[in-house]
Ligand binder design. Structure first.
Ligand SMILES: [Zn+2]
Ligand SMILES: [Zn+2]
Length: 264
């Protein structure tokens, strides 16, 4: 069993240090564990949900030490990142270059709406937010920077209807992913989260089945991760494997090529 989406206590909304996740993963007989805590940003944007720049070296050291100490599991060094043009050099030259991160995960947790960043967890259920999310996620996909795209259907957290707008935005996301051969993640954390109330009844915030049913019509590779925020959740994928199996989705393997994570 593999998981490439793991947080640590540094992001202020997870618990556990690197070795606690690794030991839990070993106890659960996992073979691969990738750390992808929320990237620190040079301008300290959204600092309440991510590590500070000053903690980056310590994060790297903790992963490097664990890689040396625990030989019975493969450990990978990554970060979950928001795409923005002003960060491209930082991501490429500093993180993938100087700091030798093996992979970056693309995640849209905010989207620019009329020049303001709006959070997916506080956004109103409005079409303009859905469209902003979609445009922003497609830019993240088109950047080609990311080993995979985390929870592409996170828009369902704030946009509750599966209406024509949600369908056309989902199509646009899926077309972009197919064009760029981007891997999309079915995110296990969504299965552990509290249900949200919509006019069609209560449902989990994400993943949403109709998005993935639509994905089955495209030539898209998927990855399933736990998005662990607690050590004991390291291999909790919810119903994601059952969903992928039911829809016959193609699960992609990641591997390191020239020190960077890529599709096999
Ligand atoms: Zn995320
Ligand atoms: Zn995450």
């Amino acid at each position: 069993m593999k998981n490439f989406h793991t947080h640590t206590v540094r992001c202020h909304h997870a618990v556990g240090i690197v070795s606690e996740y690794v030991e839990e993963a070993i106890a659960k007989k996992m073979t691969h564990l990738g750390f992808s805590d929320h990237v620190p940003l040079p301008d300290n944007r959204w600092s309440d949900v991510r590590m500070d720049m000053s903690e980056l070296e310590e994060y790297i050291k903790e992963i490097d030490d664990a890689t040396e100490k625990y030989q019975q599991i493969e450990i990978f060094k990554g970060l979950e990142c928001e795409w923005a043009p002003e960060y491209i050099n930082y991501y490429k030259e500093e993180l993938l270059g100087k700091y030798e991160f093996q992979y970056l995960v693309g995640g849209a947790h905010y989207m620019p709406v009329h020049g303001e960043w709006v959070g997916c967890y506080s956004a109103e259920n409005r079409k303009e937010n859905l469209i902003a999310y979609t445009n922003y996620l497609i830019k993240s996909i088109d950047s080609g920077l990311f080993a995979f795209i985390a929870h592409p259907d996170l828009f369902a957290r704030f946009y509750h209807q599966w209406d024509s707008e949600a369908q056309s935005c989902s199509k646009a996301i899926l077309e972009a992913a197919a064009d760029r051969k981007a891997i999309l993640e079915i995110n296990g954390y969504g299965y552990r989260k509290s249900k949200i109330t919509t006019t069609d009844g209560d449902r989990r915030p994400y993943p949403i089945d109709p998005f993935w049913e639509m994905a089955a019509d495209y030539n898209i590779g998927v990855i399933i991760n736990s998005d662990a925020h607690k050590p004991q959740d390291v291999n909790d994928f919810g119903e994601a494997y059952a969903l992928a199996e039911r829809l016959n989705l193609q699960i992609e393997e990641l591997q390191i090529k020239e020190n960077i994570m890529a599709k096999v």
